[in-house]
Design a protein around this ligand. Structure first.
Ligand code: CS2
Ligand code: MG
Length: 402
């Protein structure tokens, strides 16, 4: 069995997605997501120039060997561009293998560990009152877990404040939008948001929050401690995680559960965080961390310390990643939760999929493979549009972490 074609499809049904389609000499094909928000063309070039020529003629059944070839063979290891390209190949090959076996991907991984996948939705509001209404709306839609973000008085364009219903897309312009950040205002405001939320919805709904890498370790410790009365399911990305040791300090000061890793690419990015039990949830996901093959190594390693998964699932991860992640989530023994930001109807039409939402859970469906397709004719109607993520500056103009 041989790979006879591998093509990169770029489409923008409201936002950009990069998809790799691998075709075999037996007519079976598989697809993988390679989207890197704001840097899509770098992955397109990496795939087209350096990966596709290696794939043609290879045996698609040799997933592990292909993974090792692409990882070790590049010599230059890790990084978001390389690891997304590897992930796209890996997911497409798992899709092919599962289709050939006539099995949904979760069955190939070891079978169902649960009936459905617990997901959290995003409730965003311009102020506390709006966020409270949004959280209630999500409760009404059946969600059992909800991430809450709100605008901060005096901070224009705070992170996570949505535009439009059920939909938040930060990459909004060809050149980065400038936003302003004030840690003082944020730290004063956020406990008020959760105080009001617990008053409104009680304690039976799981609430989550994302600090989006904005704080220093000690500020993060203070935020974690100030949120303890509100029993968060998790507090995410409190500080940039290049320095894994920084989490030791945070951990000493708060019992609020910590989640990190949506930008991690390999097990090496979280090795210390996991083995020192510095976090409770690992957010690495299929497209970011080298596909199913590598993510399951991370999850297995995390399981030694009862650390659970919480895969990134923002709208910049295509339905192909969502489908593959849901199969992974259905199998992985130390599953925690799956992020679920709904895609627009245009995106869903380009990527017909077998998964569906019901009563706070997502179900991957039983179609052989990962259950997500791409309608190439429709995809071709939405050409690539350059869009970048915003940047953040402090009030005095200093460049900060967005
Ligand atoms: C966020 C993401 O989903 C999350 O938790 O941190 O929305 C993130 O900002 C985007 O994926 C960036 O592309
Ligand atoms: Mg996040």
């Amino acid at each position: 069995m041989r790979i006879v074609d591998a093509k990169v499809i770029i489409t923008c049904p409201g936002r950009n997605f990069v998809t790799l389609k691998i075709v075999t000499d037996q007519g079976v094909y598989g697809i993988g997501d390679a989207t890197l928000n704001g840097r899509e063309q770098a992955v397109v070039a990496y795939l087209q120039e350096h990966v596709v020529p290696l794939l043609i003629g290879r045996d698609p059944r040799r997933i592990e060997d292909t993974w090792q070839l692409l990882y070790r063979g590049a010599y230059w290891r890790r990084g978001p561009v390389t690891m997304r390209a590897i992930a796209a190949v890996d997911v497409a090959l798992w899709d092919i293998k599962a289709k050939m076996a006539g099995l949904p991907l979760y069955d190939l991984l070891g079978g169902k560990s649960r009936e459905g996948v617990l997901v959290y939705g995003h409730a965003n509001g311009g102020d506390i009152a709006e966020t409270l209404d949004e959280v209630e709306r999500y409760v009404g839609l059946g969600y059992k877990a909800i991430r809450a973000q709100s605008g901060i008085p005096g901070v224009e364009k705070a992170y996570g404040v949505g535009r439009g219903d059920m939909y938040y897309e930060p990459a909004d312009a060809a050149l980065p939008t400038e936003t302003i950040w004030s840690t003082t205002k944020y730290l004063n405001h956020t406990p008020k948001l959760f105080d009001a939320l617990r008053d409104r919805v009680g304690f039976d709904v799981d609430l989550l929050h994302d600090a989006h890498h904005r704080l220093t370790p000690m500020e993060a410790a203070r935020l974690g401690r100030s949120l303890e009365p509100y029993n968060l399911f998790w507090l995410e990305d409190v500080t940039p995680a290049e320095n894994q040791e920084a989490f030791r300090l945070i951990r000493q000061h708060t019992t609020t559960p910590l989640a990190v890793g949506e930008i991690f690419n390999t097990i090496w990015d979280c090795k210390d965080l996991l083995q020192e039990q510095l976090v409770d949830f690992i957010r690495a996901t299929i497209v970011g961390a080298g596909g199913v093959t590598h993510l399951r190594r991370i999850a297995d390693f995390a399981s030694v310390w009862q650390i659970r998964t919480g895969c990134h699932g923002a709208t910049d991860l295509s339905p192909v990643t969502m489908g593959a992640a849901l199969h992974f989530d259905t199998w992985v023994p130390n599953f925690g939760i799956q992020e679920y930001m709904r895609h627009s109807p245009e995106t869903d039409a380009v990527f017909p999929h077998a998964y569906h939402f019901e009563n706070g859970l997502l179900f991957p469906g039983d179609t052989p493979g990962h259950g997500v397709e791409i309608d190439e004719a429709l995809a071709a109607k939405y050409p690539y549009e350059p869009k970048q993520l915003p940047v953040a500056r402090l009030e005095d103009g200093t460049m900060w972490n967005w």
